[in-house]
Design a protein around this ligand. Structure first.
Ligand SMILES: Nc1ncnc2c1ncn2[C@@H]1O[C@H](COP(=O)(O)OP(=O)(O)OP(=O)(O)O)[C@@H](O)[C@H]1O
Ligand SMILES: [Mg+2]
Length: 287
């Protein structure tokens, strides 16, 4: 055997090191994803919390005004005095605005609740078991979590078909969908459209993320799944999103491909996942 041909124990060692490096990559990508999420979520929560806070201040002022009125009633004020106070505190405006402020605050709190429940779903990031999962629910969660990155770049159109539950590690599939959505948003210069399409094709679940952004140059199409391949400026992209997505989908015995969008401009990524895993994969541990 020549020097350049490692023997089988060297080969095993190399494989083990490769496996470890791969695990570290997955871990660092998870951390990067969590950091990205945290920033987005902070922004998403900050806005409703901001106006609920300012609504509470207005409500406080309105309450003081109303107490002036009830105190005057208690003190036996005359009808003229009472109507003067009503006029002074702009009672009819106050009555309408109070309802509006309460409705708006309730909406804001609902939004915060939705984001928090999406985060809870998303944070099962270490739950690495294959389980039957509703992919649509995962996609909705992911859309909620990356809403902040998408809303200024694109309208998101959902074209969901009928899908049975899919045997997968849903937190990891969420991560793949998140990478595709963020990439799609990055590919759009001003404002565009991102379509998330699902369908069932025999024993396969198919998820497509299509954008009408700047597209992928023909000569790069076969390189995008390589680790560290990026066309983004230094410091902007690590070039790991798609290679990790590829690994995740591969471990699910599925496939991920990219092609030019059918509309002529942009890119369509397609993930195909088997509805059920061959037994050996589902039983084994990895991560
Ligand atoms: N939807 C898309 N439209 C156009 N180009 C894309 C799209 N998705 C990926 N690419 C290309 O593939 C490259 C690799 O993508 P990948 O997600 O792996 O890394 P990245 O986005 O550059 O960095 P990050 O590690 O932060 O995700 C991108 O730099 C970009 O050139
Ligand atoms: Mg990316």
């Amino acid at each position: 055997m020549s020097d350049t041909n490692p023997n089988s124990s060297q080969q095993d060692q190399l494989n083990a090191r490769l496996e470890q490096a791969n695990r570290q990559l997955l871990q660092s990508e998870k951390l990067a994803a969590i950091g990205q999420l945290a920033a987005g979520v902070a922004h998403e929560i900050n806005n409703p919390v901001g106006y609920v806070y300012s609504n509470l201040q207005s409500l406080g002022t309105y309450l003081e005004d109303l107490f002036r009125l009830t105190d005057a009633v208690d003190a036996g004020a005359s009808l003229e005095d009472l109507s003067a106070i009503k006029k002074n505190i702009d009672y009819s405006f106050l009555k309408d605005d109070l309802k509006d402020l309460l409705a708006e605050s309730r909406e804001g709190i609902e939004r915060v609740k939705t984001i928090i429940s999406a985060m809870k779903d998303f944070s099962h990031i270490d739950d690495e078991e294959f389980k039957l999962a509703d992919l649509h629910r995962g996609i909705e969660t992911t859309l909620n979590v990356v809403n902040n990155e998408l809303k200024y770049k694109a309208t998101v159109v959902k074209e969901f078909g009928e899908l049975p539950e899919v045997e997968c590690i849903s937190s990891q599939i969420n991560q793949v969908v998140m990478n595709l959505l963020v990439n799609a948003a990055h590919a759009i210069d001003d404002f565009g459209e991102i379509i998330v399409r699902t369908r069932c094709d025999g024993n396969w679940a198919v998820v497509e993320v299509e954008d009408n952004g700047k597209g992928i140059a023909e000569e790069n199409l076969h390189r995008i799944f390589e680790p560290f391949f990026t066309t983004k400026p230094v410091g902007k992209g690590t070039g790991l999103g798609l290679s990790l997505s590829f690994n995740i989908v591969q471990k699910h015995n599925g496939s991920i491909t990219a092609e030019h969008a059918s509309a002529g401009k942009g890119t369509c990524f397609r993930i195909s996942l088997p509805l059920t895993q061959p037994e050996a994969t589902a039983d084994s541990e990895w991560g």
